[in-house]
Design a protein around this ligand. Structure first.
Ligand code: HEM
Length: 210
């Protein structure tokens, strides 16, 4: 059922499955990638059957991610187009952090912060994929001059660190915005939640103010 008298449908079943598979694959990628990022993290290799297996599996997790994140990209790209209202919303970040949401421009289904997060994730993912292909020694590295492989290794590590930081921020905000994890788990949000956090989307869905 799309909407009822108390709740609105925020994410469909395919959207939620896609999101959680991306999240699972992200953790597999981050944990196996950290293994050879810094010796401190080497013990994480035990999760994958040892250092050799972590190294073999990491790029294949990456291939799975290309398809899963690709799905996410096509689902959310139109919703994530940044409008002048979003820019205005972003100028109020300080007030939002202070819990003062009274004078905020009305957010649509996604707010300006979520859209900036989306495009930052897309940028990191593109860098990770392109540099990841170049540093995948078993299949592709021999096609590139060694300086390119070395440069790609730096880009890959840097984009990986930024991506992990972004996802930590994403999870923090998801916990901070009460009920939003429920939206991604069960698909639905209370009308009052939608009205408070995404008023323009609320009006679009209800055609009114109930
Ligand atoms: C344990 C890990 C994660 C948690 C708890 C989590 C939580 C959430 C929640 C609650 C939402 C819905 C927000 C709303 O209703 O407004 C969401 C949306 C989204 N998530 Fe995640 N997420 C996680 C991992 C990831 C990862 C790894 C990615 C991508 C690499 C990702 C990408 C997205 C995107 C693109 C959206 C839609 C736009 C948005 O709401 O920001 N998430 N996530």
């Amino acid at each position: 059922m799309k909407n009822d008298s108390r709740t609105l449908l925020r994410f469909t079943v395919p959207e939620r499955i896609n999101h959680w598979l991306v999240a699972l694959t992200f953790f597999l990628l981050a944990l196996s990638g950290l293994v050879y990022f810094q010796p401190l993290y080497y013990p994480l290799s035990q999760l994958f059957g040892g250092g050799t297996w972590a190294r073999i599996l990491h790029p294949f997790f990456g291939v799975v991610m290309i398809f899963l994140f690709g799905g996410m990209f096509f689902r959310f790209r139109k919703l994530s187009i940044i409008t002048p209202t979003d820019k205005d919303w972003l100028r109020h970040v300080r007030e939002i952090v202070n819990g003062d949401e009274q004078h905020l421009p009305e957010a649509g289904k996604l707010n300006g912060g979520q859209k900036v997060m989306f495009w930052s994730l897309v940028t990191c993912m593109v860098l990770l994929i392109l540099s990841g292909i170049v540093v995948w020694r078993a299949y592709f590295s021999f096609l590139f001059p060694i300086v390119v492989v070395r440069f790609a290794a730096v880009v890959h590590a840097a984009a990986g660190v930024v991506m992990i930081a972004l996802i930590m921020g994403h999870i923090y905000i998801a916990i901070w915005t009460k009920e939003s994890i429920g939206a991604m788990l069960y698909g639905r949000v209370r009308r009052a939640w939608a009205k408070q956090h995404h008023p323009a989307w609320f009006r679009e869905m209800t055609g009114g103010d109930k």
